[in-house]
Design a protein around this ligand. Structure first.
Ligand SMILES: *[C@@H]1O[C@H](CO)[C@@H](O)[C@H](O)[C@H]1NC(C)=O
Ligand SMILES: *[C@@H]1O[C@H](CO)[C@@H](O)[C@H](O)[C@H]1NC(C)=O
Length: 281
């Protein structure tokens, strides 16, 4: 997981939710990617979860300096958002498989089930959304250039959300996929082929070539398009993971006392609320 000090409340809630729903919480180990290694953050995690197996790694933002193009949302342009592309370089070589998770999630099922997915010959597993209009993730420039538009030839590309991914980083490392994603980022610098941040270059490399897992593993979009006043409903069906992707974050909406109904599902995992409220009032 990325560990951004601005999102630490989300990260802590996510960790708590994972541990609470694991049959064997002692089997789960966390790898946190940070822009700056800070002793206070280490101590905070250690004191909150005394038995947690975790390591912290610095993601050097120089790695993506000059490679990030401005997206339509400033929050997406944070270098740490791109750390997921470099897990294969950052994590130790004996780590072969990881589940990448954003900080604005809650897991309500045993994470071991997701971990156990059979990747077959694929590098990445995630819920796939073949009904989403894939065209819209790329610009007219992209689709109008024959050599670019032919990128997806021979595969049926479907949208997937990069906030929840099972990744065989052993294979990713061998195939040098970080470089492949970077090549698209470099092209984006020359001409605008997409509008979002780290998601489209990953789609360009992997869409149509991933292992699909149950949609319950990423009920995304719960943040909605706005900080306030755009509450999303849950999709029908079983839910294993809730994801507040989008502009609204449950902790902010709860603090502003204008929560969406789905935010009440996040609240039980909030380890900060009482102290925060006490500080502010
Ligand atoms: C937990 O780890 C132990 C030791 O590696 C293993 O035997 C066991 O099956 C694991 N349990 C789960 C639920 O994954
Ligand atoms: C997808 O979106 C594009 C561009 O907005 C549109 O031209 C196309 O008809 C849409 N496709 C479907 C299947 O809705």
């Amino acid at each position: 997981m990325p560990l951004d000090t601005n999102y630490i409340r989300g990260t802590m809630a996510a960790v708590l939710s994972i541990l609470q729903h694991s049959t064997c919480p002692e089997n789960v180990s966390f790898h946190f990617l940070l822009a700056h290694l800070e002793a206070e953050i280490f101590s905070l995690i250690r004191s909150t979860f005394p038995y947690l197996t975790f390591k912290m790694y610095r993601f050097d933002s120089n790695r993506v300096r000059g490679k990030i193009s401005k997206s339509i949302r400033q929050a997406l342009d944070q270098p740490l958002n791109y750390a997921r592309i470099y897990m294969s370089d950052i994590l130790p070589l004996d780590v072969e498989r990881v589940i990448y998770l954003d900080s604005d999630i809650i897991v309500v099922d045993d994470i071991a089930k997701l971990w156990g997915v059979d990747l077959g010959d694929k590098i990445l597993a995630a819920p796939e959304y073949c009904h989403a209009n894939f065209t819209n993730y790329f610009t007219d420039t992209f689709w109008s250039e024959v050599n670019l538009a032919s990128t997806f030839e021979g595969r049926r590309p479907c949208y997937f959300n990069t906030g929840v991914m099972v990744v065989d980083i052993g294979k990713w490392r061998k195939g040098e996929y970080s470089l492949k994603v970077e090549e698209w980022m470099a092209l984006q610098k020359q001409k605008r082929i997409y509008q979002l941040g780290s998601l489209p270059p990953i789609l360009l490399v992997f869409a149509g070539n991933i292992k699909a897992v149950d949609h319950g593993w990423n009920q995304h979009g719960l943040g909605g398009d706005n900080f306030e006043g755009n509450c999303r409903k849950l999709h029908p069906g079983p839910i294993s993971l809730l994801h507040w992707s989008g502009k609204g974050k449950p902790w902010l909406r709860l603090d502003s006392r204008k929560p969406c109904t789905v935010d009440y599902l996040w609240a039980p995992y909030d380890l900060y609320r009482s102290s925060r409220v006490a500080l502010e009032e």
